[in-house]
Ligand binder design. Structure first.
Ligand code: IPE
Ligand code: IPE
Ligand code: MG
Length: 233
């Protein structure tokens, strides 16, 4: 790869992985089959992102609103997260992938917490790419949690931008340069509300289980051709 290929490469890509249910429906399968196919897409895309030199990838896996889905789907999804993370810890470590969690940890089922803790500590020193799994994540909830942490520590003080940022779930992670959403929906659905203020957005009709390395490259190319002005001329 030539050096100029890395020009204007996003450092952090965040993905709203949408369309698993429709992918399964099209084939006459139950929705969970779509979620399983979505897990394969995760592996493929994280590997491709690491190869491209992306340093952080955030994956919206389960929102605070997704608890409102039918119980059997929620249970199946939680089972899938557990199974996948446990199964993949060694492989992630070998590929130098640091697995990190973002979201409201406290209200997750105990068995998932244990596996996430283990995966985080096992891959703590991996530094090729940070794979951030946003689970029980909500952007408004994150801001509320941050403000509450701040108030607890500094009851008399006013909050400012820098301090609020320092109270977010993963304060060391830079804002996403590029946010991708699959399946043709044109909204953020409560994802990274604070961090997305100057992110570039990329939408594709592709359903998440069909998203591959070529789609990722297309999104990156689109990003690379944009001018980020941050309010300047
Ligand atoms: C995204 O796919 C995965 C999760 C939200 C867990 P969906 O399950 O939302 O798929 P559609 O939108 O119903 O097709
Ligand atoms: C957003 O997808 C959440 C995840 C991808 C985890 P949804 O399918 O839940 O979003 P809405 O309900 O269509 O906005
Ligand atoms: Mg959806």
């Amino acid at each position: 790869m030539m050096a100029e290929d890395n020009f204007n490469l996003p450092k952090h890509i965040a993905i709203i992985m949408d369309g698993n249910g429709r992918w399964a429906k099209k084939r006459g399968y139950p929705r969970i089959v779509g979620h399983k196919a979505g897990v394969n897409a995760v592996e493929r895309v994280v590997r491709a992102a690491a190869t491209r030199g992306i340093r952080y990838i955030s994956l919206y896996a389960f929102s605070t609103e997704n608890w409102n889905r039918p119980k059997n789907e929620v249970t199946a999804l939680m089972g899938l997260f557990k199974y996948y993370v446990k199964l993949k810890i060694d492989a992630l470590k070998k590929e130098n992938v640091r697995l990190r969690f973002s979201g409201r940890f406290s209200s997750l089922p105990e068995s998932i917490k244990d596996i996430l803790r283990e995966a985080e500590s096992e891959t703590l020193n991996c530094n090729k790419i940070d794979m951030i799994v946003c689970l029980n994540y909500g952007g408004r909830q994150e801001i509320i949690d941050a403000v509450n942490i701040f108030i607890q520590k500094n009851p008399q003080k006013q909050i400012d931008e820098k301090t609020l940022r320092s109270c977010l779930y993963l304060p060391d992670v830079p804002d996403p340069d590029l946010i991708i959403r699959t399946s043709g929906e044109l909204r953020l659905s409560n994802f990274l509300l604070w961090q997305s203020s100057y992110s570039e957005l990329y939408f594709t009709e592709k359903l998440w289980p069909d998203f591959d390395e070529l789609d990722l490259n297309e999104a990156i190319s689109s990003y690379s051709g944009r001018e980020r002005r941050y309010g300047k001329t």
